[in-house]
Design a protein. Structure first.
Length: 209
C-alpha cells in the first residue's frame, strides 16, 4: 500500500484529492497538512512513501518544506502539485529534491500516473511543464551568460528582477528569505558595478540586443 501525505492549505482541495486517492487501488492517505511546517512535521512523524506538495502555503513554503523533508529522509519522495508553472518555480522545486511536478488542472489518471511514477523513483512533469523544461535546457545562450562573474543563484535573482519581480516575489519563487534576496541584489550591484536595480536591469536589456 502506497502511503501519501497531502500538503495544501485549501481544505476543499485536499478533500477532493483525498477522494481521488482513496478511490484508487493500492493508495492510502496517511495524513493531511495545511502549512509547510506541518508538512515537515507530519512527514517525519508518519514517514509516508510520498508527499503531494503544494508550493504556496502559509509560513514555510512548499519548496522549503520539500528541501527539509528530503534532507531529513531521502526515502520520502515529493511530488509537487501546484498551479504555478513558471521556470523558476519548477527548477527551484526540483533543486529542493522534488521528483515530479504536476499542475492542479491535471486529470485523475494523470495524477495517479504521476504518483506511481514518482513513488517508483522516476521523474515526471505535466505536459505543459515538460515542454517548458525542454525549452529551458535547450534554449540558446541565455541573456545571463553575458555575466560570467555572477553565481548561478545571482543569475536567477537578476533574471527575475529583469522580468519585473520585486524582492518579495523573487523570495517566493526561489524559496528564499527577503533578507537573502536583498543580499544577492547587493552582491549583483557590486559585481556589475552599478548603483541600483534600474542600472542592473539596464545591463540585462543591453545584453539582449
Amino acid at each position: 500500500m502506497l502511503r501519501i501525505l497531502l500538503a495544501d492549505d485549501h481544505p476543499m482541495f485536499r478533500e477532493g484529492v483525498r477522494s481521488v486517492l482513496e478511490g484508487a487501488e493500492g493508495i492510502s492517505v496517511a495524513g493531511e497538512a495545511a502549512t509547510g511546517d506541518e508538512a515537515v512535521r507530519l512527514a517525519l512523524e508518519l514517514r509516508p512513501d510520498l508527499v503531494l506538495m503544494d508550493l504556496r502555503m502559509p509560513g514555510l513554503n512548499g519548496i522549503e518544506a520539500t528541501a527539509r523533508i528530503r534532507e531529513a529522509d531521502p526515502g520520502i519522495q515529493v511530488l509537487v502539485f501546484t498551479m504555478f508553472k513558471d521556470d523558476a518555480s519548477v527548477i527551484t522545486a526540483m533543486k529542493a529534491g522534488a521528483r515530479g511536478y504536476i499542475l492542479k488542472d491535471s486529470d485523475r489518471d494523470d495524477i495517479l500516473r504521476a504518483i506511481w511514477a514518482v513513488a517508483s523513483g522516476e521523474a515526471i512533469f505535466s505536459g505543459d511543464v515538460a515542454s517548458r523544461m525542454i525549452d529551458y535546457v535547450t534554449r540558446p545562450l541565455s541573456r545571463m551568460d553575458a555575466f560570467p562573474e555572477l553565481t548561478y543563484r545571482e543569475k536567477e535573482v537578476l533574471s527575475l528582477a529583469a522580468e519585473g519581480c520585486g524582492n518579495s516575489e523573487i523570495s517566493r519563487r526561489l524559496g528564499l528569505s527577503s533578507k537573502t534576496v536583498s543580499n544577492y541584489m547587493t552582491n549583483i550591484f557590486n559585481k556589475l558595478q552599478v548603483s541600483d536595480r534600474a542600472e542592473a536591469i539596464a545591463k540585462v536589456r543591453a545584453a539582449e540586443r
